[in-house]
Design a protein around this ligand. Structure first.
Ligand code: XMP
Length: 510
C-alpha cells in the first residue's frame, strides 16, 4: 500500500462506516478491520493511527470483544470512541460502571483541559452520545479533557498519544466532530491529506500489476456498477491478461443478457466470454423454497459454470464492496449471518486463503465505486444502474422458482423500472424492483373471477445499502404500476407496496 492510512478496528458500532467516510472526506485513506485482526495484519495497511470504534457490548459482559493488548503499546496514536474508550479504560486498569440510565442523543460538553485532541474546540459544544456504561475511574497517567453533566466525556494520555471520547465525533449531530477527527489524524497522527480517488486508482493499478505480474486474471462480470467499474480498472492495469466472464444464470432482468452484450461491445474492447447457463440453474432450483438454500445453490452452480468456462487462471477478481463483507468481519460473527452473499461461498473463500482473490473495492461503498467509474469514463447509463443481487430474481421469487414465474417477474419488474424512469426517479433512489409473492388472491376482471399472483413493489432510498428507508412514491405512480401490471400481465391480479425500512427489514425479501 502506497499511502498511510488510519485503521479503524470495528467493535460492532452502527457508526463504524461513518468514521471511515468522514476520514476519507478529509482526504486521508482509512480502512475498517475486525477487532479480531492481529497487529501484524494491521501493519500491512501502513497505519499512522488506530481508531477503536464503538460497539453494543459492555466491557465486562461475557464474550465482550476485547482488544489485542499489543495494540495499546504499539506506539501509534490511538483514539477510542465510546466502547473503544471504555476498552482503553478497561485495559489500562480504570473502572467502568453500568449507568443507571442509558444516555442517547444530544449532550453539551465542557472542555476541562486543553489537551491535544480538544485543545482548539470551543467549550459548550453539542455532542452525540449513545452509551449505557460510563467510566468512573480513569487509568493512571490519563487526564480528563471533557465532561458533561452526567458523564466523563474525554480523556487522554498525551505522552503515549492515547485518547478516548465517550461521544461520537463521526456523526453529523456532533458539533465540531470533523474538527476533532482532524485533530486526531493531522495534529496527532501527523498524516498529510493527499489521498483522493484519482490517487486511489493509481495505487490500485500499480498494486494489481505488481500482484498479478503478467499472469492470467479472470473476473465475473454481471453488468452492474461494481463488476463493470472493476473490469475497466483491471483492463486499464493489465489489458489482455484479463478475461471477463458473464454468466447468464436465467435469473436476470428482462433482456439483460443481450443488453450487456450490446453495451460492452459498444463501450469497451476487452476479452469477454458470455455463457448461457440458465437451464442448469433452474434445474437445480426446482422445488427449492428456502432462501438460504437458494443462495447456496446459486453460489455453488455459479462457481461450477464459471470455473468450467475458465479452467486455467491465476487470480480471480471480484467487485466486492464493504457491505458485502461486513458480515464476515463484523463482531457478530457467522452465527449472526443474515444472508450468504454470492462472493463469499466456500470455493471463493478457499481461493482467498490461497491469495488468489483480488478485491480492490472491498473497503469502499457503492457511491465511492461510482466516483471511480466516472473517473474511468464508464458511461453514466452503467454507473447509475440500481444494484442487483448476485442470486438475481431467485431471491425476489418467494417460494418455488419455475421458468414461468421468472418470466412473470421479469415482465412485471420491467414495468416497475420503466415507470420509475418515466417519473424521473430512477437516478434519485437506491433501488426499485418487483417481488413475486408465493400467494394467490381473488379478483374480479370484467365479470369474471380471477385467482392469480400477487406482486409486491419495493423502492428504497439508501446511501450505502446498510440501512434504507422506503420511498414515499407519489400515489399516481403507484396507481400506474398497478394499472399497467395488472392490465399487461394476466398472471397477476393484485399489486402491493412494501413500506418496511431496513432495519427491521432487509432490502431484498430473501
Ligand atoms: P439486503 O437485502 O441485504 O441488500 O438489505 C443490501 C444490498 O445488497 C444487494 N444484495 C446483494 N448483492 N450479492 C450482491 O452482490 C448478493 O448476494 C446480494 N444480496 C443482496 C441488495 O440488492 C441491496 O442493494
Amino acid at each position: 500500500m502506497e499511502f498511510q492510512s488510519i485503521v479503524i478496528l470495528d467493535f460492532g458500532s452502527q457508526y463504524t462506516q461513518l468514521i471511515a467516510r468522514r476520514i476519507r472526506q478529509l482526504k486521508v485513506y482509512s480502512v475498517i478491520v475486525s477487532f479480531r485482526v492481529s497487529y501484524d495484519e494491521i501493519k500491512n495497511y501502513k497505519p499512522a493511527g488506530i481508531i477503536l470504534s464503538g460497539g453494543p457490548a459492555s466491557v465486562y459482559a461475557p464474550g465482550a470483544p476485547k482488544l489485542d493488548s499489543t495494540i495499546l503499546s504499539c506506539g501509534l496514536p490511538i483514539l477510542g470512541i465510546c466502547y473503544g474508550m471504555q476498552l482503553i479504560a478497561y485495559c489500562e486498569k480504570g473502572n467502568i460502571v453500568r449507568s443507571g440510565s442509558r444516555e442517547y442523543g444530544r449532550t453539551v460538553i465542557d472542555i476541562c483541559a486543553k489537551g491535544d485532541l480538544l485543545g482548539n474546540i470551543p467549550a459548550g459544544g453539542t455532542v452525540w452520545m449513545s452509551h449505557g456504561d460510563r467510566i468512573d475511574k480513569i487509568p493512571e497517567n490519563y487526564i480528563i479533557t471533557a465532561r458533561s453533566d452526567n458523564a466523563l466525556c474525554a480523556f487522554e494520555n498525551p505522552q503515549r498519544k492515547i485518547y478516548g471520547l465517550q461521544f461520537h465525533p463521526e456523526v453529523h449531530h456532533t458539533q465540531y466532530g470533523t474538527e476533532i477527527l482532524s485533530n486526531f489524524i493531522f495534529r496527532i497522527c501527523g498524516i498529510s491529506p493527499g489521498w483522493s480517488m484519482p490517487s486511489f486508482i493509481d495505487t490500485k493499478i500499480r498494486e494489481i500489476r505488481e500482484q498479478t505480474g503478467g499472469k492470467a486474471v479472470v473476473l465475473g462480470l454481471s453488468g452492474g456498477v461494481d463488476s463493470t467499474v472493476l473490469a475497466v480498472l483491471l483492463h486499464k492495469a493489465i489489458g489482455d491478461q484479463l478475461t471477463a466472464v458473464f454468466v447468464d444464470n436465467g435469473l436476470l432482468r428482462l433482456n439483460e443478457g443481450s443488453l450487456i452484450k450490446e453495451r460492452f461491445a459498444r463501450h469497451f474492447q476487452m476479452n469477454i466470454k458470455y455463457i448461457d447457463a440458465g437451464k442448469n440453474f433452474l434445474k437445480r432450483l426446482k422445488k427449492i423454497t428456502d432462501p438460504e438454500k437458494k443462495r447456496l445453490i446459486i453460489g455453488d452452480e455459479f462457481v461450477k459454470v464459471f470455473f468450467s468456462a475458465v479452467p486455467e487462471f491465476d487470480f480471480l477478481a471480484q467487485g466486492t464492496l464493504y457491505p458485502d463483507v461486513i458480515e464476515s468481519v463484523s463482531v457478530k460473527g457467522p452465527s449472526d449471518k443474515i444472508k450468504t452473499h454470492h462472493n463469499r461461498v466456500k470455493r471463493i473463500l478457499d481461493l482467498k486463503s490461497r491469495g488468489m482473490i483480488i478485491e480492490p473495492f472491498q473497503e469502499l461503498f457503492k457511491d465511492e465505486v461510482r466516483e471511480i467509474g466516472r473517473l474511468l469514463d464508464v458511461p453514466e447509463e452503467i454507473i447509475q444502474r440500481h444494484p442487483f443481487p448476485g442470486p438475481g430474481l431467485a431471491v425476489r421469487i418467494l417460494g418455488e422458482i419455475t421458468p414461468e414465474r421468472v418470466n412473470i417477474l421479469q415482465r412485471a419488474d420491467h414495468i416497475v423500472i420503466d415507470e420509475i424512469k418515466n417519473a424521473g426517479l430512477y437516478n434519485k433512489i437506491w433501488q426499485a424492483f418487483g417481488v413475486l409473492l408465493p400467494v394467490k388472491a381473488v379478483g374480479v376482471m370484467g365479470d369474471e373471477r380471477t385467482y392469480a399472483d400477487v406482486l409486491a413493489i419495493r423502492a428504497v432510498e439508501s446511501v450505502d445499502g446498510m440501512t434504507a428507508d422506503w420511498v414515499k412514491l407519489p400515489y399516481e405512480l403507484l396507481e400506474t404500476f398497478s394499472r399497467r401490471i395488472i392490465g399487461e400481465i394476466k398472471e397477476i391480479n393484485r399489486v402491493v407496496y412494501d413500506i418496511c425500512s431496513k432495519p427491521p427489514g432487509t432490502i431484498e425479501w430473501e
